[in-house]
Design a binder for this molecule. Structure first.
Ligand code: PGA
Ligand code: ZN
Length: 418
């Protein structure tokens, strides 16, 4: 009998992401199902990520799908995700997906995964599940931001994040983030002259503030909401330090604050922020080649998740090295940094086996797709990082509300020990 999960058709088109940039969307038909996925895009991309699109952009990526990828995938079994992803690597033939594009590989890989799930009439997270006991992730929400995601005058640090832990349900945790975002907006409008309600790419407020003033406002609102709701909520940062690093002068340049910090000063600065603002999460506090400073910070910052984004770029090889030198205790998981579902899972598996907390993450340029919500549950990622508002951000979070409801208590919110 012919299997209903055989790939019968594949089609790619150009669409736009939340920043108005072109991206690729792929549809896959099996004999008994259908899947569709579009790729997100980063703006503060790590230099070791796979190449998003070939030269010639999305149009060229679509041409290469038609000419090279489609003929190889038609007739394969969508249930065999590993074979699909291996075939994508073979067709591409490069180390970094520069021939078809990492974003192209991502859209195809996820569309196939969804087509397989649809063939079996299962939600994606069930069909892709690699864990014995599933749980729902805690949402790490971006409430205030600057850096490359915002205009002039906003803080030099890219993201000010909130992490509600000790909540009873995903719904409650998401509610905490929404309340913080909303209260913070009101406080900033009242207290910060020149702030007109502007937001950055991920829906975070982008007020004209220094990093420390921004942290003071965020911490104050977090404490208020935490008391009102009776839940614990921590504050975090994505420093995105590769964007601040000047390799010629060997220093971090905080242009808005007119401060320069060498490697040692940066370490002291971050440690000081962790202590003073009780930070529970710090992402990319150093640039993408400085494993040494990461390790130094991880040793000194007890009780804080030290997370590598540009440092690891979701790569198994980079993470292996990081584990060896004890660089961090957490990593960002962005599937389009490596290109496929299988590569993503391999990295998550290594992280979990090595005591690293995997944080599945959106990109600053997003689509309304919900795939990362499903990957979080399927792969057992305890934290999901997205914005708090904006259609393309809430799509992921609202999907987790639906999963929580449908599970009728069988998929609990993860218990995070910090
Ligand atoms: P990007 O950044 O999606 O713009 O690359 C997000 C992040 O640094 O976490
Ligand atoms: Zn980051």
């Amino acid at each position: 009998m012919v299997s209903l999960s055989i790939i019968a058709d594949l089609k790619a088109r150009k669409i736009f992401n939340s920043r108005g940039e072109e991206t690729v969307e792929v549809e896959v038909k099996t004999l008994g199902g259908f899947g569709c996925a579009a790729a997100p895009s980063g703006k503060s991309r790590g230099k070791y990520e796979v190449v998003p699109f070939p030269e010639g952009g999305v149009s060229e990526a679509i041409r290469r799908i038609e000419e090279y990828v489609k003929p190889k995938l038609l007739g394969l079994d969508a249930d065999n995700q590993e074979l699909i992803d291996k075939t994508l690597h073979e067709v591409d033939g490069t180390e970094n997906f520069s021939f078809i594009g990492g974003n192209t590989a991502y859209a195809i890989s996820l569309a196939v995964a969804e087509a397989s799930a649809s063939t079996h009439r299962q939600p994606l997270f069930v069909n892709l599940s690699r864990v014995k006991e599933a749980f729902l992730p805690i949402p790490l929400g971006n409430v205030l931001g600057g850096g490359k995601h915002s205009g002039k005058g906003a803080p030099d640090i890219q993201e000010f994040l909130v992490l509600p832990f000790g909540c009873k349900s995903f719904f409650e945790a998401y509610t905490a983030n929404v309340k913080i975002h909303s209260r913070l907006g009101k406080v900033l409008e009242e207290k910060v002259s020149g702030f007109t309600g502007g937001k950055g790419d991920e829906g975070a407020w982008a007020p004209p503030l220094t990093n420390e003033k921004a942290l003071e406002f965020v911490l104050r609102v977090v404490e208020e909401i935490s008391n009102e709701m009776g839940v614990k909520i921590g504050v975090g940062l994505d420093v995105a330090a590769s964007s601040l690093w000047n390799p010629k002068l060997n220093r971090y340049e905080y242009v808005g604050e007119e401060k320069r910090r060498d490697k040692g000063e940066q370490l002291e600065y971050i440690l000081d922020l962790i202590r003073r603002f009780k930070l529970v999460y710090v992402e990319d506090p150093f640039h993408e080649d400085d494993f040494e400073s990461f390790a130094e910070l991880t040793k000194k910052a007890k009780g804080c998740l030290v997370c590598g984004d540009d440092l690891f770029v979701t790569s198994k090889e980079k993470l292996s090295f990081g584990i060896k030198v004890k660089a961090a205790n957490s990593l960002i998981v962005k599937p389009n940094q490596v290109g496929t579902v299988t590569d993503t899972y391999e990295t998550v598996k290594l992280a979990k086996n090595s005591g690293y907390t995997p944080v599945i993450s959106h990109r600053s340029g997003e689509t309304p797709n919900t795939h990362i919500a499903h990957l979080a549950v399927a792969f057992g990622c305890p934290i999901i990082k997205t914005g708090v508002v904006g259609g393309e951000r809430i799509a992921k979070l609202n999907e987790l509300i639906r999963i929580e409801e449908a599970s009728k208590g069988r998929i609990p919110l993860v218990k995070l020990k910090l």
